[in-house]
Design a protein around this ligand. Sequence first.
Ligand code: ZN
Ligand code: ZN
Length: 414
Amino acid sequence: MQLHCLGAGREVGRSCFLLETDQRVLFDYGLKIFNYGSSKENMYPVPYQGSIDAMFLSHAHLDHSGFLPELYSRGHVNWFATPPTYDIAALLWEDSMKIMGENIPYTEQQYQKALKNHVPVLYGQSVTLGQTKFKFYDAGHIIGSAMIEAKYKGKKIVYSGDFKMEDTRMHKGAEAIEDVDVLILESTYSNREHPDRDENEDKLADLVSDTLDDEGTVLFPSFAVGRSQELISILHENVKDIQIYLDGMSKEVTRTYLKYGEYLRDFDEFEKSLESVIFVEGARDRKDATTTPSVIVSTAGMMEGGPALSYMLNLNPASRLIFTGYCVEGTNGWRIQKENKVMIDKNILDVSLPVSYFDFSAHAGRSDLLKFVKAANPGKIVLNHGDRTPEFAQELKEMGFNAVAPKNGDSIDI
Ligand SMILES: [Zn+2]
Ligand SMILES: [Zn+2]
């Protein structure tokens, strides 16, 4: 058996592995979107030789799904994912086509073919192709997110995708998988722990309440998938009489969350939290959002496009910006947090509003990564989706594990 690292090797973005058993299958096929100063090729997975028998998608985030429609430049292939992953990936692709215009790496036709060739898989369900048996497990990362297991000739290979072991408001944490031979492991937070969630929620609630008391507005530039819904749930639970304006892609994604209640930890609680939410539909709502003490949750999470940027320009001086997600260097989200500056139409403007950051990550922190590794007790660990995979591989070796940190384009015998 061979494993080829085609993306997310020693980086975050454009996740992709090719596994060869008696089948040739892809795990994820993502884009590296905010890759400033780099060539277009560095946005896509490394090209592969030969045909593909099937494609398995761990979850809808574009760094895992964004290149998938391009598969249909070559002909027919089925791709397997949970039903919510399908719905949300379709939404994100449609949005990408609007935003990227001519720069999108696939055609409308390829996008349509991708929609037609999806095969739904549920958690715990097996899919057998040739002599290889695949199975999906709940990854606890976003709605429908999955870890994918492949069994072939008595060997068990697990692709973790993005995962979280700790419960969040939206999802139950991922369960450990035992007796793994080869573990392909995301390692976004290989050297960091996340703060205690309850304490973090309390601190956030205090800051939001104080800002509202001062007649300010709190703007959360937020990722559409996962983070926006988590924030709504946290704020509804912790801040009394809160009014939340929800805008951008987050609205459509939130409606999809309602469609798949069985994928949430507590559907009733989430549905109830939406009583605090106004889905922004026009200029009138937007004006209300910035002129009354309220909370705005809006895309884009990195302030690249989406309504969040124009909201920021219309806030009163008692207002505040709160980031809760990772911002890639060179994006407006990064610039605002590092330099209190923002770039609009190539002009650099000062941002005088106070800016805060809270960690509500949907990824496993270091100790949970290690907990997962110990339970899996794998013969080999293949690290991806991290900025310091060689260092983490070394640390795992010192703990007695066989770990490697492939670069994009590397092949591994397993
Ligand atoms: Zn993700
Ligand atoms: Zn990811």
